[in-house]
Design a protein around this ligand. Structure first.
Ligand code: GDP
Ligand code: IMO
Ligand code: MG
Length: 431
């Protein structure tokens, strides 16, 4: 297989970064295709920790082309800081190794401000629990056809015209919220100041990727967030503002859907969620606390405590379908070590009826009661296992049972944050 898409199959933080980094050895290009610096992808390589938000997780290996596609929303100030931080960790990032699509919309300071103001003003039950990074407002400007895009930085007259167009919308909105009008000249000056730092990385990503594809190069697409945060198929309105599912990989960089050969879903061996919204298998008891502690479930981007719960096979069947998963990588299996019994949700009960999928309305989702199967746990350690033979029989049974319940094969298993603590069952890049 030449081109592989990696997507989160739950509510994000499934371990995409670790697996993209691991798989990137086999790839020539690593491309982000949606989301922004709301993402937080942690890589651990020989004990050294790298935290990436806007940069693709392939940057750390070196010698690969990393790409930020047009489907992403980019905060240029954040990106420059992230590049500086990662350079300090010894990773070189140059225009030869990083390309940003010219048609990528820019996140401006006013987007973050608006995002946070809306969240603060939201009443109980309407708060989304966003990362406050301006993701939603920037995507709104993109579809509202008033976004400032990377290539607009190249020409001062165009830039001024684009700023005016954006402010025509934002100033009345800000007035309504009790904010000051935007200082037009200051914003233009800020953008002009970063233009020469960003533009060397800008390029026609669609063209370069299509050329690479024709030349037989391997492209690894790195999703952010998870399918249940997808703007269409997630637990709306408690979602992010982009399409997260695998189909977005094509539009998010400008290649045809036929160029996608394999979709790998990253799946945590239990479930977590950060932010508000329905979560049928959430545990508010000692088991939930134990999952959070053993799994170090704190957000990489905001540091917030992640909500924890049992594995939900009903949701997985759904996300495997909407992304067309060819295989999954089951991560954090080691976090389940030592549980006497484990529960797996196989469907829901709602108003006396049994459902094998999560209904679409948020109100119905919130009222769904999970139907559980109980399976035996294992007392042995799986931490650091690198082959099936290293796993206790009940852990293998758990993995195989999940495979059966969700109807999708397990291609990889991850057993610690370390890059090499990974069990390879089927190589997504192999023909
Ligand atoms: P992402 O957003 O999907 O890239 O995931 P995050 O990096 O936000 O969160 C996953 C966390 O789990 C990170 O701290 C990883 O280092 C860690 N992690 C990844 N895989 C494993 C694993 O198999 N076992 C354990 N214990 N931790 C893991
Ligand atoms: P990675 O790539 C987990 C959640 C936020 C909030 C909702 C909307 O690390 O898996 P936004 O700022 O996007 O408008 O917030 O989406 N969210 C994530 N949760 N992992 C992420 O990314 C997330 N990115 C956004 O917590 O509930
Ligand atoms: Mg994360």
């Amino acid at each position: 297989m030449a081109n592989v898409v990696v997507v989160g199959a739950q509510w994000g933080d499934e371990g995409k970064g670790k697996i993209v980094d691991w798989l990137s050895e086999r790839a020539d290009v690593i491309a982000r295709f949606q989301g922004g610096h709301n993402a937080g992808h942690t890589l651990v390589i020989d004990g050294k920790v790298y935290k990436l938000h806007a940069l693709p997780s392939g940057v750390v290996r070196g010698g690969k082309l990393s790409v930020i596609g047009n489907g992403v929303v980019l905060d240029p100030w954040h990106l420059l800081n992230e590049i500086a931080t990662i350079r300090e960790q010894g990773v070189e990032i140059t225009p030869e190794t990083l390309m940003i699509a010219e048609n990528t919309p820019l996140i401006l300071p006013i987007h973050g401000e608006l995002d946070r103001a809306r969240e603060e003003a939201a009443t109980k039950g309407t708060k989304i629990g966003t990362t406050g990074r301006g993701i939603g407002p920037c995507y709104e400007d993109k579809v509202g056809r008033r976004a400032i895009r990377v290539m607009d930085l190249a020409d001062p007259d165009t830039l001024a015209a684009r700023v005016d167009r954006a402010l025509q919308h934002h100033n009345p909105l800000r007035k309504g919220l009790g904010f000051e009008e935007v200082d037009r000249e200051a914003l233009i000056a800020q953008l002009k100041e970063i233009a020469p730092k960003i533009l060397p990385f800008a390029g026609p990503v669609w063209k370069v990727l299509n050329e690479k594809r024709k030349a037989g190069k391997r492209i690894l697409f790195e999703g952010a967030q998870g399918a249940l945060l997808d703007i269409d198929f997630g637990t709306y309105p408690f979602v992010t503002s982009s399409n997260v599912i695998a189909g977005q990989a094509a539009t998010g960089v400008g290649i045809g859907p036929g160029s996608i050969d394999y979709v790998l879903g990253i799946v945590k061996a239990y479930t977590t969620r950060v932010g508000e919204g329905p979560f049928p298998t959430e545990l508010l008891d000692a088991d939930g606390q134990r999952l959070g502690e053993r799994g170090h479930e704190f957000g990489t981007t905001t540091g917030r405590k992640r909500r924890c719960g049992w594995f939900d096979a009903a949701l997985l069947r759904q996300t495997c379908a909407t992304s067309g998963m060819n295989g999954i990588c089951l991560t954090k299996l080691d976090v389940l070590d030592g549980f006497e019994t484990l529960k797996i949700c196989v469907g829901y009960e709602l108003d006396g009826e049994t459902l094998d999928y999560l209904p679409t309305a948020a109100e119905a989702q919130a009222r769904c009661t999970p139907i559980y199967e109980e399976v035996e746990g294992w007392s042995e350690s799986t931490e650091g296992a690198r082959s099936w033979n290293d796993l206790p029989a009940n852990a293998v049974k758990y993995v195989r049972h999940i495979e059966e319940l969700i109807g999708c094969p397990v291609a990889l298993v991850s057993t610690s944050p370390e890059r090499e603590d990974t069990i390879l069952v089927t190589d997504p890049f192999s023909d």
